[in-house]
Design a protein around this ligand. Structure first.
Ligand SMILES: CC(C)(COP(=O)(O)OP(=O)(O)OC[C@H]1O[C@@H](n2cnc3c(N)ncnc32)[C@H](O)[C@@H]1OP(=O)(O)O)[C@@H](O)C(=O)NCCC(=O)NCCS
Length: 195
């Protein structure tokens, strides 16, 4: 695996509608607009941001994980406005077992337009083909269809229900676990059948 490449390349990506680039402190204001929306945070592990400092602290934490080689988050910029509308990335990078987990969030103004699928497809391709990851996994609350549909559209397989996996906002919640292996990716995506 060549995970170091991720941290010295800090790669940018461009899709039809989006630009992806490393999340930075300069994004705090735009990120706050996303993370302060109660509709967005209804399904997240983290609490709604109520003051701009919450977003600054969050991004500082992201940069700390970047320094420790534990995670990499890309800001999602909509080309039509030039504004940051969400993030996607590789969290819980596990060098020993050559795997990572996906994490993403999007402004509710842009839900159900295929944005997170479009952005995260780039990350999965980069993770397998450039970094040499063997497995990418993702989890979401059992009752978050917007998220598990993204996982399915990305070619991930459902592996099972993690019972009462997390205590989120005072409630124990089941989570769905999905994964895609490099061998799945090569079989499904490299033959051109799913773009
Ligand atoms: C989950 C989330 C990232 C999805 O982003 P997105 O760009 O809207 O996702 P996509 O449009 O690529 O795909 C979502 C799919 O779920 C569907 N969907 C969305 N909400 C749904 C619902 N309540 N019930 C059923 N389907 C739903 C969409 O129609 C779409 O399917 P389609 O392409 O077949 O029409 C976004 O909703 C979000 O940020 N939610 C809040 C934070 C969150 O839940 N993060 C993930 C934590 S694991």
């Amino acid at each position: 695996m060549e995970i170091e490449k991720l941290f010295y390349q800090s790669p940018n990506f461009e899709t039809d509608r989006l630009l992806l680039r490393k999340l930075s402190l300069a994004d705090a204001e735009d990120y706050f607009r996303v993370a302060s929306n109660a509709e967005v945070t209804a399904q997240t592990i983290w609490a709604r941001h109520t003051v701009i400092e919450d977003s600054i602290n969050y991004i500082q934490g992201v940069l700390e994980k970047y320094r420790k080689r534990e995670a990499f988050h890309w800001g999602i910029i909509h080309k039509s406005t030039g504004r940051l509308i969400g993030r996607t990335g590789l969290i819980k990078i596990d060098q020993e077992h050559e795997k990572a987990e996906l994490g993403y969030v999007l402004s509710s103004d842009y839900w159900s337009q295929g944005i997170i699928t479009e952005a995260t497809k780039m990350i999965i391709e980069y993770g397998f083909m450039e970094l040499g990851l063997n497995r990418i996994e993702a989890r979401c609350n059992y009752n978050n269809p917007g998220s598990f549909k993204v996982m399915e559209k990305l070619g991930m397989q459902f592996e099972g229900l993690l019972r009462k996996q997390l205590k989120i906002k005072g409630q124990f919640l089941d989570q769905k676990l999905y994964s895609i292996l490099r061998s799945d990716f090569i079989a499904c995506f490299q033959d051109g059948s799913q773009g």
